[in-house]
Design a protein around this ligand. Sequence first.
Ligand code: HEM
Length: 481
Amino acid sequence: MASNPTLSSATSQHSSRTATASSTGPPTSSSPDHRMGFLIPMMRTGIVTANPADVEHILRANYPKGEHAISMLRDFLGDGLFNSDGKQWLWQRKNASLEFTKRSLRKFFVDVVQAEVAGRLLPLLRRNASTAGDGGGVLDLQDVLERFAFDTICMVAFGHDPSCLTDGGVVAEARSDFMHKFGEAQDLIVGRFLEPIEVSWKIKKWLNVGTERRLKKAIADVHAFDMGIVRARRSQSASSLDDSRDDVLSRFVASDEHSDEVLRDIVLSFLIAGRETTSSALTWFFWLVSSRPGVVSRIADEVRAVRESTGTNAGEPFGLDAIRDMHYLHAALTESMRLYPPVPIDSQSCAADDTLPGGTHVGAGWQVTYSAYAMGRLEAIWGEDCAEYRPERWLGDDGAFRPDSPFRYTVFHAGPRMCLGKEMAYVQMKSIVASVLEEFVVDVDKDVAGGGVPEHVLSVTLRMKGGLPVQVRRKDGAAAK
Ligand code: HEM
């Protein structure tokens, strides 16, 4: 998701705004309406809000991403789902939504995730646990989770397995070239939004120097790779009429309505969406629960109970129903993302002069940014204990998960452009946590952030600066594998 256009622009404006507005304090917790405006010479005028009524207004009305943000990402993402508005967006959204509701795509996703857990993640952790104490054993869990997410989203988006996480060898040696190039292109294009003067990246692009030169090369490499797969899939489906493949690309190829470039852009949008979001969520989750043994043991109890009710044994894959039955784990992840949302800010553009519910004027062309990070920490929304990590706030008296309004809990966006992969994301995250905590104890390196809160990387997803070093130990009694 890291190159999401609206998010990227939000990042840049957020950073520049914070600098200018520091004298007026934080935008949300100390302003009564949880909203502030900013007018910076040479920059676009905008509003940052954490007010649920504002968020509902802009997202229900489907404020567009806007040509400004879209044009900055077009070199990389073309007109894919993530980087389009209006009709371009609508037809892709309709088709993708249809596919996402199909049982076959969900089953495919569950199978891909379970295979990655059983065939790569758990063997890697087992090997790592066995070397702990021999001077080895420290793993960057964020890196492992990012590799996991990239493998699975590539499989789902275009049926390609980049094998970023292998079941053997040192993790760093397994870095796939495609993942590396993709990350480079994404980071460099996000860098455009961070330039203090907007015109500077355009000049560099025109002169073909510096970061723009590297970006051009990285984009060319990613596009060539992606295009190779698109073309191969098209000729495969034409020759063998193979409709047995379940990935998103095959589904779009089957309709035979789109050019290779359009298909390439669709695939890229999915890679962006799934690349760093679940890994960010899980990195913060594992860090949070590492100092909360009570939460870890409740999750382990729930997993044990689900094993009993489904008649499966530890180490076996969880079926979709078993995953859905894990309500406490669902709540624990939801609560973790409330405090550490993978997409911390998101920005839209105002198409025509408008008025927010409280009466604030918004001019045409202004950026309106909402901060999921600020909203997740507001007493006005979550009550006095808003700063506490408390999964129970998401559970009803019967122990079942109780969702909140997406306009208050904006982690997955809301309205017509709400995240399409939310359910899949939970399936992936729950499968990983349940499988890992069933077999291992995860100890976060005591020196991480000197015992304080780790720093974030300034990016569109909430990545942890320096990664998350952990050591894993097999639990007493975990079956030898
Ligand atoms: C914890 C994990 C995830 C979080 C927090 C998350 C969050 C979000 C957010 C905030 C947006 C709105 C972005 C914008 O338009 O500005 C979004 C859109 C989207 N997400 Fe996710 N996402 C997650 C995982 C996934 C996964 C795994 C997939 C794919 C399988 C996915 C697919 C999409 C798609 C396709 C959109 C674009 C929807 C549209 O523009 O109509 N997401 N997501």
